[in-house]
Design a protein around this ligand. Sequence first.
Ligand SMILES: [Zn+2]
Ligand SMILES: [Zn+2]
Length: 132
Amino acid sequence: MLAGSCCCGTVRFEVSQSPTMMGTCHCTRCRKVGASTFVFVDRAAFELVAGQPALATYQPEDGYKYARDFCSRCGTALGEISGDGDSFPIPANCFDDPLDLAVKFHEFVAEKPGWLPICDDARQFAGHPHKD
Ligand SMILES: [Zn+2]
Ligand SMILES: [Zn+2]
């Protein structure tokens, strides 16, 4: 079991099995919400332990997909906790317990700011990774 929470501790969650994948998104939206490295968790393995009333959702503007959840008290980005996907992304930095994962890929590298170097050998995609 791995525990996670927002900055103020109002929203707390647990996952009963290790997330399956870690990636870093360099798109402008992930950068603005301060959550670029994320992991995917299975909905069936995820439990929101506390803070449901504090969850707020930012709906995407035209041209973008995917709503983004965050804590309405402290602003911590919480990925797609309130979505309905069978598996969904949560920012890796929300976890309180260590994750036994390494970044597998970088996406939207074309939008990456120059001040952020990529310091690993993970595969890089200019935009969304295509399944090949
Ligand atoms: Zn919070
Ligand atoms: Zn992104």
